[in-house]
Design a protein around this ligand. Structure first.
Ligand code: ATP
Ligand code: MG
Ligand code: MG
Ligand code: MG
Length: 562
């Protein structure tokens, strides 16, 4: 391509709102442009990189037998009501009405759509397992869109969904998917770790996140310095002991800040239908401090709560009150007024939920996903505290280190909850209806592009890994007014293009300094400069990443590139 024909609006200055390198460099390099907070265009260069990342993902998905399809972004509210997520997904779900006043969501994720398709299209266990995937624009009205492509409100995701007639079958596909994710992120040249991301406290279903190690990551991971052990320490300002799926925590956290809450709000928090993890809230009712611990799949509606506590509203405990109460020891506190079956759950929660004992209701200070017993050992509750750097690894091998991570991928054994709620069944061998099991697997494709830039840049610009770069070769003619330079550059351009090399030809009438600076910024791995020695047929060859450079005769170029 000729640069004079391409839309590559590079910038000298760092955009004022861009805090991290990937955001700065992708905007400055003319890869992306923002149109509204968290909403970006991929300009031609950005689109080329995105396509390359997609190609790697597509290859690995096809390789494990997943089928590519595309589902609509516009999704009827009825589907989301079937799973309860119309109400529970919270403000992150973008909603709109059509001209007939029918409600729609812009897809934040596609469990509902795919489950409705599969329930109609697949009737027999013989058709399972089945895995589908898509590349699609997702919409999430993030509270704090930031860092460019890292946290957008409109972004590209690869999402895959698998359907099964047994949990064993789900296990197998999950394993394959996990392996495919490892291949994908390795091929993207990323330094990453797969981490456990589930509370596991209630024998919860497996889920792993793929974290690119980076100082700008929004997650903290704890890993062993001498084994495979790694877990996400999610800091969430709620007293939940597990992550809920798909960002629903955003809504829940509103409930967990101290202050007056209605029983309806408390119930919404405690019985969140798609979060089967343990949750705890501490509140004051009638002057007593009460700790309620529950599991997301327990029914704890507001009427039950009102009956139990004889109150319409409660006051959530402050951090100090919680600390004081917990400091006195759990034994004296205990879960109050719960039905027997919930007491068992509560007891387990108390035994396993480190965050419950480490300052319930303290904003920003809850370790989710790290559980005593599973993740580290404790001899008594009095010893419970946040896991720290230097603690022994739970698997006994090495010590715990902390690192920041960017979540680029997430694999999740959903089990049967969506299929149950949406009535997705198949007939088994005996002709009996059986609820399907399901897995979901996401990759933030646009976020991955940003993560790559975080790991591949220097002070002058991006240093793309060769196979992800928008072009393989950047050809610069330093002075297009000089006939011998122009002619030689045109000749090289034609011959490399004919040979199938992806080449960008800077044929603009710009100064040499501008061309060099733009070239460094854009970060194409190999640069050919046609300058002073063009008359003799000599050009300069320079590696962007290493700075290594040589002079070479143009007749040697093709051989050198192969
Ligand atoms: P996060 O914890 O960063 O909010 P998530 O856990 O809500 O992400 P998932 O529902 O697991 O995200 O979606 C699958 C993948 O989509 C994530 O692993 C991430 O790479 C990507 N992703 C999620 N939200 C965004 C966003 N706002 N902008 C860009 N990519 C995103
Ligand atoms: Mg989220
Ligand atoms: Mg997450
Ligand atoms: Mg996730």
């Amino acid at each position: 391509m000729r640069q004079s024909n391409m839309l590559i609006p590079t910038l000298k200055e760092v955009p004022a709102d861009a805090e991290i390198k990937s955001h700065q460099l992708l905007v400055r390099g003319g890869f992306i442009r923002q149109i509204a907070s968290g909403v970006y265009s991929f300009l031609p260069m950005g689109q080329r990189v995105l396509r390359k990342v997609e190609a790697i993902i597509r290859e690995e998905m096809d390789n494990i037998g997943a089928n590519e399809m595309v589902m609509p972004a516009m999704q009827p509210a009825e589907l989301w009501k079937e799973t309860g997520r119309w109400n529970n997904f919270g403000p992150e779900l973008m909603r709109l009405n059509d001209r007939h006043d029918r409600e729609f969501a812009l897809g934040a994720t596609h469990e509902e759509v795919i489950t409705s398709i599969i329930r109609d299209a697949v009737k027999s266990y013989k058709r399972l397992p089945l895995t589908v995937y898509q590349f699609q624009t997702k919409f999430r009205d993030e509270k704090r869109p930031r860092f460019g492509l890292m946290r957008g409100r409109e972004f590209v995701m690869k999402d895959a969904y698998s359907f099964h007639d047994s949990f064993d079958s789900l296990d197998q596909v999950y394993q394959k998917m996990y392996q495919a994710y490892e291949n994908i992120f390795r091929r993207c040249g990323l330094n990453f770790r797969a981490v456990i991301a589930d509370s596991g406290a209630m024998g919860g279903k497996d889920t792993h996140e793929f974290m690119v190690l980076s100082e700008v990551g929004e997650d903290t991971i704890a890993y062993s310095d001498s084994s495979e052990y790694a877990a996400n320490i999610e800091m969430a300002p709620v007293t939940a002991t597990s992550t809920s799926e798909q960002g629903e925590l955003k809504e829940l956290k509103e409930v967990a800040t101290p202050g007056k809450r209605t029983m309806q709000e408390v119930a919404d928090f405690l019985e969140h239908p798609l979060d089967k993890g343990l949750k705890a809230l501490m509140f004051k009712v009638d002057g007593n401090l009460v700790l309620v611990v529950t599991r997301g799949d327990h029914e704890v509606n507001d009427i039950k709560l009102k009956n139990l506590y004889k109150a319409e509203t409660v006051e959530l405990a402050t951090e100090e009150e919680t600390k004081a109460a917990l400091g006195a020891g759990f034994g004296s506190l205990g879960p109050v007024g719960l039905p027997d079956d919930m007491k068992v759950v509560a007891d387990q929660a108390v035994k396993s939920a480190v965050n419950v004992t480490c300052g319930a209701n303290k904003d920003g200070y809850h370790y989710v996903n790290v559980n005593p017993g599973r993740d580290f050992k404790v001899d008594s509750y009095a010893d419970l505290r946040f896991i720290q750097q230097g603690d022994p690894s739970p698997d006994g091998k090495g010590t715990i280190q902390f690192a920041r991570g960017i979540e680029v991928g997430h694999v999740f054994k959903l089990g049967s909850i969506y299929a149950e709620r949406m009535g997705a069944t198949v007939l088994d061998e005996q002709g009996k209806a059986k609820t399907m099991n399901m897995g979901c697997y996401g990759i933030g494709v646009s976020r991955t592009v940003a993560a790559i830039v975080e790991q591949y840049h220097d002070e002058r610009g991006i240093t793309w890994p060769a196979h992800l770069a928008p072009f393989q070769v950047h050809l610069l003619a330093l002075n297009m007014k000089k006939t011998e330079q122009k002619q030689l550059a045109e000749k090289i351009y034609d011959s490399l293009k004919t040979a199938g090399v992806e080449i960008l030809f800077d044929d603009r009438a710009e100064r040499a300094g501008v061309k060099f600076a733009d070239s460094d910024l854009i970060g194409i791995p190999l640069r050919i400069t046609v300058g002073k020695r063009a008359g003799e047929g000599y050009v300069e060859l320079k590696q962007r990443a290493t700075g290594e450079q040589t002079e070479i005769h143009e007749s040697e170029l093709l051989r050198q590139l192969n």
